[in-house]
Design a protein around this ligand. Structure first.
Ligand SMILES: NC(=O)C1=CN([C@@H]2O[C@H](COP(=O)(O)OP(=O)(O)OC[C@H]3O[C@@H](n4cnc5c(N)ncnc54)[C@H](OP(=O)(O)O)[C@@H]3O)[C@@H](O)[C@H]2O)C=CC1
Length: 442
């Protein structure tokens, strides 16, 4: 039996990159919705110093996918923007997007969704609370689209390293890092080799007394440009639409020609093939290593007083440790009995639909080889089709089978890590969503 969903009111949780595209698509389709945003402005993570208190953007942040890869299809980025816009330019683009489509008045700002409770007979009670005071209010919706992002709840090393509690220096998570002045003249250890670690280590290497980049495995560091063009423009080539093994082979060859081996820069040999981990994109990192302003260490094993001891037995005195150890997928407004991410895994059909709670959708809960925004936009179109009753879903068993198959593929393909639980390949994923949109109701 296929599941049909009744039409009705929809609550969108969050007005970041995923929430605003959902609002735009639903508005365009004439589907009624409310959108609640905790901050005073739209943009989520891309709003520097967002007063929602949870943006992870640091002052120097520029996106690591190109303007063409990140733009919404409905509203391309102006060509006057650089290839890799800053967070200010991205937030301004989001502002223009919202104003262009007349969405600003449809977003309730400074309002936190504190609880989403599925009801027995269908629908949801959504409790909201204004940051400006007043009693919480509960409203009933037929559907809820969760678009609260997944890079705001910092994941610290679990358990913490032995001796960490007695370390006299400072331990900070990348989520709280804003400007390099806090590292000036200090001895800094940056842990991780994702994009936060690469950016922060580069900044640190310019101002700190010394900087050590510590990692538990190597990474294939991809430059922002090859052959004079943003690297991800190559991911739009026909090769990028082939099997991932073909993509891997061509990417590995290109990287070897353009960059050389990671070991040429003092980085460890990665224990996995390129594209088997979320890409670390940085041109600066390799140069800073080459300048000798940045040293490389394996992972932290323990602290001894003010010393950081690494797994190879080497040790350095440190004043600051920056944990660039990623983020937790979390939904503070959903009871654990409803959806409980387990090690960042959430059982969603095609990364969007909760088979256990008809009417509960997640937009932007993906980590693409590519950029989230256009994929969130495509997800929103599928959600709109479902809300409008134009397409249908497979039955629960089929949805769960697909979820299990997806998990299995991830486990086989990617490095085992809590950062690889919601990975998607942009082109393949768009094709999957396109197929779902053809599942017309008879
Ligand atoms: N310029 C941009 O556009 C930027 C984008 N981003 C994006 O934000 C997201 C989050 O990135 P980021 O903050 O780098 O986090 P990630 O989850 O991508 O990376 C976390 C890193 O920390 C390591 N790690 C995690 N736990 C431990 C531990 N206990 N001990 C040692 N190492 C550990 C991981 O290793 P392992 O792989 O072994 O688990 C990995 O190297 C990504 O999607 C990224 O692309 C981030 C910064 C800048």
């Amino acid at each position: 039996m296929s599941q049909g969903l009744p039409a009705g009111n929809t609550c969108i949780v969050g007005a970041g990159a995923s929430g605003i595209t959902t609002a735009q698509v639903l508005a365009e389709r004439g589907l009624p919705f409310d959108c609640f945003e905790m901050g005073s402005e739209i943009g989520g993570n891309w709003r520097y110093d967002n007063d929602n208190g949870v943006s992870s953007a640091y002052r120097s942040l520029h996106i690591n996918t190109s303007r063409q890869a990140m733009q919404y299809a409905a509203y391309p980025m102006p060509e006057s923007l650089p290839d890799y816009p800053s967070h200010w330019q991205i937030a301004a683009y989001f502002d223009d997007f919202v104003d262009h489509f007349g969405l600003r008045d449809r977003i309730t700002f400074r309002t936190e969704v504190t609880r989403v409770l599925p009801l027995d007979g269908g629908g949801f009670d959504v409790t909201i609370r204004s940051r400006d005071g007043g009693e919480p209010e509960t409203r009933r919706y037929d559907h809820v689209v969760v678009a609260n992002g997944h890079h705001w709840d910092p994941r610290w090393p679990e358990p913490s390293f032995p001796g960490a509690e007695d370390f006299p220096g400072e331990q900070v998570h990348a989520h709280y890092y804003r400007t390099p002045d806090v590292l000036e003249g200090k001895r800094v250890v940056v842990l991780g080799i994702g994009n936060s670690a690469a950016d922060i280590a580069v900044e640190s290497s310019r101002v700190a007394r010394e900087t050590w980049l510590s990692m538990r495995r190597g990474a294939h560091v991809i430059p922002k440009y090859v052959f004079g063009m943003p690297t991800d423009h190559l991911t739009d080539s026909p090769v990028a639409r082939t099997h991932h093994k073909v993509q891997q082979a061509s990417m590995a060859t290109m990287l070897r020609v353009a960059v050389g081996k990671m070991t040429d820069y003092g980085l460890p040999e990665p224990d996995h093939r390129i594209l088997d981990a979320h890409p670390t994109v940085s041109s600066d990192l390799l140069v800073r290593l080459g300048h000798g302003d940045l040293g490389v260490k394996p992972s932290i094993e323990r602290f001894e007083g003010s010393e950081v001891v690494f797994t190879d037995g080497s040790r350095v005195e440190a004043d600051v440790v920056v944990y660039c150890t990623g983020y937790k997928v979390s939904f503070p407004f959903l009871d654990e009995a409803v959806v409980a991410p387990s090690d960042n895994r959430v059982a969603l059909y095609r990364r969007v639909v909760d088979p256990e709670h008809p009417g509960l959708f997640f937009v932007g809960l993906i980590q693409p080889l590519g950029s989230v925004m256009p994929l969130a936009e495509a997800q929103a179109h599928w959600v709109a089709d479902l809300l409008a009753g134009e397409v249908t879903l497979p039955d629960r068993a089929e949805m769960h089978a697909q979820i299990a198959a997806y998990d299995d593929t991830l486990r086989k393909r990617y490095v085992a890590s809590k950062r690889h639980t919601i990975q998607v390949d942009a082109h393949q994923y768009l094709a999957e969503l396109a197929r779902e949109r053809k599942r017309r109701r008879s």
